[in-house]
Structures are given as C-alpha cells and as structure tokens.
Design a protein around this ligand. Structure first.
Ligand code: UFG
Length: 334
C-alpha cells in the first residue's frame, strides 16, 4: 500500500485534470487544485478539495501552496489545447504551455518537490512514419501545440538529470468519455473534438456533424484515432505517481492509448447505435494537419506500470459522454 500523497493538480478544474482529482481521491490520496478558471469550472471540484484560483506562473503563490499543503508531487494539466488556434497564435502556446511550465518547474525544484506528471500528447509525433507509434519513434510535431509540449518534455528530461527530481510524461491519444459515476466530464464551451461534437448533435445542440476528409488511406477513407476513456487515463496518472515515488531514480515518457483505433464513421455509427438515432453527417474536405491514422503502441505503459484499461469499449465511452452532456446545462446553471 502506497503512502497517502499530497498532490497539486494544475488545471484540476478542467476536463482531464478534474478526472485526475477523482482518481486521486478514489485511490486515497489528497489532491489540491490550482486553476485560473479560464477554461475550467469551479463547480467541478469536489467538496472538501483545497482550491487555489491562480496562475501557474505565479511563483510566489506556487511556493506558498507547495509549503502550506506539504505537496509531494505535481500533476500538471494546465495549458492550452486547441491545435488550429496554436497555428494562428503560436506565441500564446509557447507562453501558456512552455514558458509558464518553465516557471512552474523552477518553483517545483525550488520548493523541493521531487515528482511531476506531465500531460504530453500524441501531437509530439506529428505525422508518424508508421502505426502503431512507439515512444522511441521520431518526434516531429507539425503544429505549435505539439512543439510547445515537446519542449516541455525536453525541459523535464534536463531538469531530472540535474536535480533530485523524476517525472512521467504521458503522451495522450484521443481522450473522450466522462466519469462513469457522472461526477465530471467534458464541459468545455465550443469544443472541437469528435465525440463531444457527436453527442452534442445527438442531443439536438447541433444540426449535423462534419466529416473532415473521406479520402484518407484508411478502410473507409475517414481518419482513424485511438480513443481512450478519460477515467482510464486518469488511473494511469495515479499509477505513474506511485511508480515515481517508489523508484525516484527513474523517469518515464509513455504513450497513453488503447493500441487500436476507430474511423470517424465508426465513431458516428457508435453514437447512432447508443442513441438509436441517425446523426446527419456532412461530408467535407480534410482539416489541415490531420494525419490519416494515429494509434498508440501501449506495450510500454502496460509493461512498466501494469496499467490495464477498464473502459476499452467505444460504446461505453459514448454512453458516458452522452450521460454527461445530458446533465451539463443543469450543472452549468444555464
Ligand atoms: N473530426 C471530424 N469532424 C469533427 C471533428 C473531428 O471529422 O467535427 C475528425 C478529425 O478530422 C479526426 C478525428 O475526427 O480525424 C478526431 O478529431 P479530434 O478533433 O476529435 O481530435 P484530434 O485527433 O484532431 O486531436 C487529438 C487531441 C489533440 C492532439 C491530437 C494529436 O485532441 O489534443 O489528437 O494528433 F494534439
């Protein structure tokens, strides 16, 4: 049994961060949240969890939290995540994702915190040479979002070599779904992700779903992605945390996905199946920068951490996303 750890969760009021908070609570650890509430929501943080409203680059606030809350480790989710926006406004991404994280890592090291888990992304690979993609394959991001995250991976590597500090960078594939108990879900306004858009359309919040590209080198011509349930991803963070503490000499960079994918059409079929309705599909041209197929090789995370997904089932992911979407307006108070 691992000791109870005090874990500072940056971006803990956001989509993935809020699920990590739940996973930490469910595993008997003590999460503490810092979030600037630019894209996150105060109401998603469970009662009894300490919350600080502020920015991760505020080193004085950070130092105070690390000391006052006796923080053992940091899970760092806060950041900007919209790929097309990163192309239009790269400096926003190098500020929010890279420069602010540099300030955060500096405060972490100065505060004597020895472990960090970082939200990295499959976007660090760019267009992979082959699929499934392994962690040791080339990282050649094709947008500033991916580059901003890869630069943070480099900072972590160098800091771990120089200081008494280890880290785990988890490269997420396509995160979807919601807490099976309905405690959190994807609440972002104006989300661009396929499953979120699909369930919004199924509930009448949109008229149709655009299918971006039908001439990809995939079985049905639409893009293939490796969709991972957000609660399996959150569980991977807790396992990574315990591994970092158990072996403070070792750091990790690991893919987080299921190792198989679904096309856009297959995802929309799943939504139709679950809702027993037919979404209106609008065939459109390709979206800039989309690879044909992006699938993880997840053998490393399974071998190192013994991580075993619990929700590797597309219909279940859709059901949970749909259940959350149904109660979202009520939760938001609109
Ligand atoms: N898609 C549509 N219609 C939509 C939305 C998406 O057809 O309305 C398609 C996309 O073209 C793509 C697939 O559905 O083929 C998945 O698209 P998402 O926007 O849901 O997700 P991405 O694969 O573009 O992005 C994800 C993460 C990013 C990460 C990226 C790595 O959300 O944070 O993978 O490539 F950077």
């Amino acid at each position: 049994m691992t000791e109870k750890l005090n874990v500072l969760v940056t971006g803990g009021a956001g989509y993935i961060g809020s699920h990590a908070v739940l996973a930490l609570l469910d595993s008997g650890h003590r999460p503490v949240v810092i979030d600037n509430l630019v894209t996150g929501f105060r109401w998603v943080i469970p009662d009894g969890v300490a919350f600080y409203e502020g920015d991760i680059e505020d080193q004085a606030l950070f130092a105070k939290i690390l000391a006052d809350e006796a923080i053992d480790a940091v899970m760092h989710f806060a950041g900007s995540i919209v790929v097309p926006e990163s192309v239009e406004n790269p400096l926003k991404y190098y500020h929010n994702n890279t420069a602010k994280t540099r300030a955060l890592i500096e405060a972490v090291v100065a505060g004597g915190v020895r472990h960090m888990i970082f939200s990295s992304t499959a976007a660090t690979y760019g267009i992979p040479q082959s699929s499934p993609v392994r962690e040791d394959m080339p990282t050649l991001p094709i947008n500033p979002y991916g580059t901003s995250k890869l630069m943070t991976e480099f900072m972590l590597r160098d800091v771990a070599a120089a200081h008494d500090f280890n880290y785990c960078a988890l490269r997420y594939f396509n995160v979807a779904g919601a807490d099976p108990e309905g405690r959190s879900g994807q609440s972002t306004v104006g989300a661009t992700h396929l499953i979120k858009i699909g369930v919004e359309a199924a509930l009448g919040k949109r008229e149709s779903v655009s299918v971006f590209g039908t001439d990809y080198a995939t079985e049905d011509g639409t893009g293939v992605r490796d969709y991972i349930h957000v609660s399996d991803l959150a569980a991977a963070h807790v396992i990574a945390l315990e591994a970092l503490v158990a072996d403070p000499e070792t750091s990790h960079t690991l893919n987080c996905g299921y190792g198989h994918g679904y096309s856009v059409m297959q995802v929309l079929d799943a939504i139709d199946r679950v809702t027993n309705k037919k979404l209106v599909r609008k065939m459109e041209g390709r979206r800039a920068g989309d690879p044909d197929s992006l699938i993880s090789d997840n053998s490393a995370i399974k071998a190192r951490f013994g991580w075993q997904p619990r929700y590797d089932d597309l219909d279940k992911i859709v059901r949970h996303a749909l259940a959350w979407e149904r109660q979202l307006d009520e939760r938001r108070g609109s």
